[in-house]
Design a protein around this ligand. Structure first.
Ligand SMILES: Cc1cc2nc3c(=O)[nH]c(=O)nc-3n(C[C@H](O)[C@H](O)[C@H](O)COP(=O)(O)OP(=O)(O)OC[C@H]3O[C@@H](n4cnc5c(N)ncnc54)[C@H](O)[C@@H]3O)c2cc1C
Length: 526
C-alpha cells in the first residue's frame, strides 16, 4: 500500500468525473470489512480514515475472537451462534492471526463447576462444526496446572473452554492490504470534512482533506458508507445538522503486565465481577492483559483516558484471583477503548436492525451508517452493509465472496498454539520479505531489549503498510506502546530515524515526532 499512489487514484477519478460505487468513511474494523467485501464483489471502492487505520476502538479491544459467553447468560442464543460461526470463519481465513486459546473459569464455590460446566457445554454445542475444542470440568490440580499463577486457597477446581485470540490492529492492516490487493483505494490521515448533496438533497460524495498537505479531495460516490464507530453521529450531522443522535458511548480499559503474572498459555476468565461484568486476564505477545471496564462517556475522543477507579477496579479484581496480586507499579501499559453502542428506538429515517448486535441505518439524506457489533463479526456486518448499499445505490447485483476469502498474509499454522510465540508470525506470508530486509544486519537486531521488534519491521511498515508516524509503527504496526509504554518511548528515536530515511524526512521531523510520541506514551502509563 503506497499512500501517494492512493491519493493519485483519488485525484484521477475526480478529474475523470466517474463516481466511485462506494465511498467508506472510517478505517476501523467495520470500514475495512466493508472495503474488503465491496472490492471482492468487484465494486470501485474508496476508503478515507481521519487518523491512522485502527486508531479508534479497533486497536484497543480485548483481542478475543469469540461468541461472547456473556450473551449466552443473557439468553441471546442467535447472537452467540452467529458470532461463533464468524469466529470459525475468521480462523479459517486468517490462520496466521487467529489462534485457539484455552480459558479457565476457576471455581471457589461448590455450585460453580456444574453451573459453568453446563453453560459452556451449551457454548460448544452452539459452535457446531465451527467448534474450537470441547469444554470440560477440571480438578483443582488440573486447574493449577493450566493456570499456575492462580490463587490456590479455597480453590475447588475449574472449567476449561476454548475461544479465539488475535492481534486486532495487525488483522486490521491485513484487511486493508486485502482490500488493496482487490483494487480498493485506501488513505489514512484523510478525514471526511464535508458531505456533498445532489439537487434533491441526497448525499452523493464527500470532501476529504489530506492532513499531510492540506489538499482538499472531492470524492463523488453512488453510496456513502459511514463506518466511524463512536464518531457516527458527527458524520451524520455533516449530512443533517439536526439529526437525532444514534449513539451512546462507554469506555473499557485494559492493564498490561509482565507475562509472569499469569504464566502458561491459558487465560483466566472471571465470569462475574462485583459490577456484574466479565473480566479476562489473557496471555498476549508474552505479556498478561487484564480487562475490561464499562464506564459511560459523554463525548467520543481518539485518546480516551483511564480513570483512577477503573485502574483500581482491575487491579483489585485481578489481584483476588492471582497468587501474586499486581500493583500500580507493575502496570507496563494501560489502554482505553470506546464502545460504539446504539441507542434503542432512536434516530430519524429508517433503521433496519439486522440483529441486536449491529445496526444499519439509512438517514433521510441516503447516508448509510453501519455501527455497533464487534470485531469478531466484522465480516458479517460488512456483508449486510454491502447488500444494503447495492439496493440503496442501485448497484449491479453481486454475491458476497468473503466467507472463504483468504486474508492478506494467509499462512497455515502447523501448531495453532505454538506458532504464536514466533515474533514475526503475525506477518504470515509477508514474514519472508521482512526476513529478507533483516539480511541487512543493521535492521536485524532488536530495537529494545524488553520487546521483540526489529528495525526491518519499521522499514516494512513505512514502505508497505502506510505507516506515517512513530505512533503508527509503535502502536499499530507493532504493539510496543500497548505492551510496554516506557520501552516504546525508549524506542522512539531509533524508529524515527529509520522512518525518516524511508519517508525522506529531516531532523526537525524526527525531533517533533519523538516529542509527540513521548507525550502520547505518557497517557499509556499509570
Ligand atoms: C474495551 C473494548 C474491548 C473490546 N473487545 C473486543 C473483543 O475482544 N472482541 C471483539 O470481537 N470485539 C471487541 N470489542 C468491540 C470492537 O473492538 C469494536 O466493535 C470495533 O473495533 C469497532 O470498530 P469500528 O470500525 O466500528 O470503530 P473504530 O475502530 O473506532 O473505527 C472508526 C474510525 O473512523 C474514523 N473516523 C472518525 N471520523 C472520521 C471522519 N470524519 N473521516 C474519516 N474517518 C473518520 C476514526 O478515526 C476511527 O479510526 C471491544 C470494544 C471495546 C471498547
Amino acid at each position: 500500500m503506497r499512500r501517494d499512489g492512493m491519493l493519485r487514484q483519488i485525484r484521477e477519478r475526480a478529474r475523470g468525473g466517474e463516481p466511485w460505487d462506494i465511498a467508506v468513511i472510517g478505517g476501523g474494523a467495520t470500514g475495512a470489512g466493508v472495503a474488503v467485501d465491496a472490492a471482492t464483489r468487484g465494486f470501485d471502492v474508496v476508503l478515507v480514515e481521519a487518523h491512522d487505520f485502527g486508531k479508534g476502538t479497533s486497536s484497543r479491544s480485548t483481542k478475543l475472537v469469540h461468541g461472547g459467553v456473556r450473551y449466552l447468560e443473557q439468553g441471546n442464543v442467535p447472537l452467540v451462534m452467529s458470532a461463533l460461526k464468524e469466529r470459525g470463519l475468521l480462523r479459517l481465513n486468517a490462520p496466521h492471526l487467529v489462534h485457539d486459546l484455552a480459558f479457565v473459569v476457576p471455581n471457589y464455590s461448590w455450585w460453580e463447576a456444574p453451573f459453568y460446566g453446563i453453560g459452556l457445554k451449551l457454548y460448544d454445542l452452539l459452535a457446531g462444526k465451527y467448534g474450537f475444542g470441547p469444554s470440560r470440568v477440571l480438578t483443582k490440580e488440573e486447574t493449577l496446572e493450566r493456570l499456575p499463577a492462580l490463587e490456590p486457597e479455597e480453590l475447588r477446581g475449574g472449567v476449561i473452554y476454548y475461544d479465539g485470540q488475535f492481534d486486532d490492529s495487525r488483522l486490521l492492516i491485513h484487511l486493508m492490504m486485502t482490500a488493496a490487493d482487490h483494487g480498493a483505494t485506501l488513505v489514512n490521515y484523510c478525514p471526511a470534512t464535508r458531505l456533498l448533496r445532489d439537487a434533491e438533497g441526497y448525499v452523493n460524495g464527500l470532501i476529504a482533506r489530506d492532513d499531510e498537505t492540506g489538499e482538499e479531495l472531492p470524492i463523488a460516490a453512488r453510496v456513502l458508507v459511514n463506518a466511524t464507530g463512536v464518531f457516527t453521529d458527527e458524520v451524520r450531522r455533516m449530512a443533517d445538522p439536526k439529526t437525532e443522535p444514534l449513539m451512546v458511548t462507554s469506555q473499557g480499559i485494559h492493564l498490561v503486565f509482565d507475562g509472569s503474572f499469569l504464566k502458561g498459555n491459558s487465560a483466566l476468565m472471571v465470569p462475574r465481577t462485583r459490577d456484574g461484568r466479565v473480566l479476562f486476564v489473557i496471555p498476549w505477545h508474552g505479556h498478561a492483559v487484564a480487562g475490561t471496564t464499562d464506564t459511560p462517556v459523554d463525548a467520543p475522543s481518539l485518546e480516551p483516558k483511564a480513570l483512577d477507579e477503573e485502574i483500581e477496579f482491575i487491579l483489585e479484581t485481578a489481584g483476588r484471583y492471582l497468587s501474586r496480586p499486581p500493583s500500580r507499579a507493575d502496570v507496563l501499559a494501560v489502554y482505553v477503548g470506546l464502545r460504539p453502542l446504539v441507542k434503542s428506538g432512536n434516530g430519524e429515517g429508517k433503521t433496519a436492525a439486522i440483529s441486536r448486535d449491529h445496526v444499519i441505518h439509512v438517514d433521510n439524506s441516503g447516508l448509510l451508517t453501519i455501527t455497533g457489533g464487534k470485531w469478531t463479526t466484522y465480516r458479517h456486518m460488512a456483508e449486510d452493509c454491502v447488500d444494503h448499499a447495492i439496493t440503496l445505490g442501485r448497484l449491479r447485483d453481486a454475491e458476497c465472496e468473503t466467507k472463504s476469502l483468504r486474508i492478506h498474509g494467509y499462512r497455515e499454522c502447523p501448531d495453532s498454539t505454538n506458532c504464536r510465540e514466533e515474533p514475526l508470525e503475525v506477518y504470515g506470508s509477508d514474514e519472508a520479505q521482512i526476513r529478507a530486509l533483516a539480511a541487512d544486519s543493521a535492521l536485524a537486531s532488536r530495537l529494545h531489549p524488553e520487546l521483540p521488534y526489529i528495525g526491518a519491521e519499521v522499514v516494512w511498515a513505512a514502505r508497505e503498510e502506510m505507516a506515517r508516524s512513530i505512533e503508527d509503527v509503535l502502536a499499530r504496526r507493532t504493539r510496543a506502546l500497548f505492551l510496554n509504554a516506557r520501552a516504546a518511548t525508549e524506542m522512539a528515536e531509533p524508529v524515527a530515524r529509520l522512518m525518516a530515511r524511508e519517508l525522506g524526512r529531516d531532523e526537525a521531523w524526527i525531533e517533533t515526532q519523538v516529542k509527540q510520541f513521548g507525550e502520547l506514551a505518557r497517557q499509556y502509563t499509570v
